[in-house]
Write a protein that binds this ligand. Structure first.
Ligand SMILES: Cc1cc2nc3c(=O)[nH]c(=O)nc-3n(C[C@H](O)[C@H](O)[C@H](O)COP(=O)(O)OP(=O)(O)OC[C@H]3O[C@@H](n4cnc5c(N)ncnc54)[C@H](O)[C@@H]3O)c2cc1C
Length: 466
């Protein structure tokens, strides 16, 4: 057990509401000497923990070590919106562009991944409030509904069926969610909601029980072929797996591998039965608006709304700081949005405000790979869609390092190399400025200023970021 002065999910002032729901998370001692093992994993979020669990489960004789810089779930995995979604950020066409036919394969594999998470939770007795109620993307404007219709037409061309994604008119949508001013919605059954920190803790417990050695407060300070440095100590391993997502920019050589971008969330106090009778969400679908800079939300198992999005934050020169996580203008936007969606509700009380760090690859493409000659593997680049995707990434990593020729190791993510981000100030414009323009485009849409919005779309498109 770690001593009381160390940072934990319970005493971290910037922790999420999810962290607060688990007062009995196990803690793990820091690394206190040199180690030798078969597999060393850097990063104790979903990516690192799923990788450890899958590898150890497949080959129990292997010694597997997880090194976490702070506490498990300190990164995005303990702070996200809890959408376990059958999707990743790129579109089918983006995948097809790097691997013909790869788009539809990715799509179906991601759908299956939502169920794989549930299966693993069942196998290891992990209670993370998993509930598969699908995902509803509502259209806040006529333009947004038109975009949904175009998207669905594109889906059909790509082979995505009307069982996988379909539109709802406003009356049909009201059976799921009743909010002000919608023009219909896009619905997919391929989504579940979870409490992400409960999942982190559950995977960690399962991995530890199988014999994975976990070290918290043991940040890698450098690594090379078959070796990780952790301050004065070193871990020698046949395979090293880097799972550090947005924090990768702090590692030597990875400064421009992703842009570290923050997203923010709030959770309300539990809402009354009267509220839910009027608002809906009986089957707890995850919900979002279909916009450029969307909100994302869920009805939690204990009847709160956990909502995030609408704005992101990138700091100059990829600076990483958790200091502003609990106090950011995005929190006020989110509160305002709740009142806009449910103007008849006077019971909203914010229980917690927080934020978390995502890793944005320059081409939005996740990447999972393994270089056998150096024993170096990696998984990451999920941006805001990593809850389910990290599970898939971990299974790919398992198959790569265990040299299993499965369909997973032929997916378009495998050994993909995203281009590096530009140096400043271009990176600031791309990762910091463009999202602000995207938010402005949504506001123009809300106000019906279509001409200005069209001009803005062209400007945003110029940067090649959407
Ligand atoms: C606010 C927010 C909302 C989101 N909502 C959703 C959502 O609803 N659905 C969805 O699919 N995705 C969502 N995401 C994205 C999703 O959370 C991430 O893609 C996913 O959690 C990434 O997991 P990871 O393990 O790769 O990275 P992380 O969870 O960030 O884990 C990386 C870990 O590595 C550790 N680390 C860093 N450097 C070192 C080092 N040198 N040595 C050792 N350890 C190190 C960090 O402390 C951290 O614990 C959201 C993200 C945020 C921030």
């Amino acid at each position: 057990m770690s001593n009381t002065s160390t940072l934990t999910s319970q005493n971290d002032p910037t922790s999420s509401w999810w962290h607060k729901t688990v007062s009995t998370a196990p803690s793990f001692l820091p690394l206190d000497g040199n180690r030798q093992c078969d597999v060393a994993i850097i990063g104790g979020g979903f990516s690192g923990l799923w990788s450890a669990l899958y590898i150890k489960r497949a080959q129990p004789e292997l010694s597997v070590v997880v090194l976490e810089k702070d506490y498990l779930g300190y990164g995005a995995s303990g702070r996200n919106g809890g959408w376990c979604m059958g999707a990743s950020t790129p579109e089918v066409a983006d995948y097809d562009a790097i691997q013909p036919g790869g788009g539809l394969r990715m799509e179906h594999t991601m759908y299956d991944t939502v169920d794989e998470v549930a299966r693993m939770c069942g196998e290891f007795g992990i209670d993370c409030d998993y509930h598969k109620g699908g995902i509803l993307y509502y259209a806040p404007s006529e333009r947004s509904m038109n975009t949904i219709n175009e998207t669905v037409a594109g889906y059909r061309d790509a082979g995505i069926t009307d069982r996988d994604f379909y539109t709802l008119n406003p009356n049909e949508m009201a059976r799921h969610l009743r909010i002000e001013g919608t023009h219909g919605a896009l619905y997919t059954p391929h989504g579940a909601v979870i409490n992400p920190y409960k999942l982190v803790v559950g995977i960690a417990r399962a991995a530890a029980e199988l014999g994975v050695e976990i070290f918290e407060h043991s940040g890698a300070t450098g690594f090379g072929p078959h070796c990780v440095e952790v301050g004065a100590h070193r871990v020698d391993a046949s395979v090293i797996i880097k799972c550090t997502e947005g924090y990768s920019v702090q590692l030597p050589g990875y400064e421009r591998s992703v842009a570290p971008v923050y997203s923010y969330m709030i959770a309300t106090e539990p809402l009354s039965d009267a509220f839910w009778d009027r608002a809906g969400l009986d089957d707890r679908p995850a919900f979002a608006d279909y916009t450029m800079m969307p909100l994302y939300a869920q009805r939690t198992k204990d009847n709160r709304i956990a909502i995030g999005g609408l704005a992101v934050q990138y700091y100059w020169n990829s600076r990483i700081t958790h200091k502003t996580l609990n106090e950011h203008p995005a929190h006020r936007l989110l509160e305002k949005k709740l009142h806009q969606l449910f103007p008849w509700c006077s019971e909203f009380k914010v229980a917690r405000r927080w934020g978390g760090l995502m890793g944005l690859p320059r081409d939005f493409m996740p990447s999972v790979g393994y270089d056998e000659s150096t024993g170096f593997a990696w998984a990451g680049g999920y941006f805001g869609e990593g809850v389910a995707a990290t599970n898939l990434g971990a299974r790919i990593v398992r198959d790569l390092v265990l040299k299993q020729d499965t369909p997973l190791v032929h997916l378009p993510w495998v050994n993909h190399q995203s281009p590096r981000w530009e140096p400043e100030p271009v990176r600031m414009i791309g990762a910091g400025g463009i999202p602000k323009l995207m938010r402005l485009a949504d506001v123009l849409d809300e106000k019906g200023m279509h001409r200005s919005r069209t001009l803005l779309d062209r400007l945003i498109g110029q940067f090649g970021i959407i």
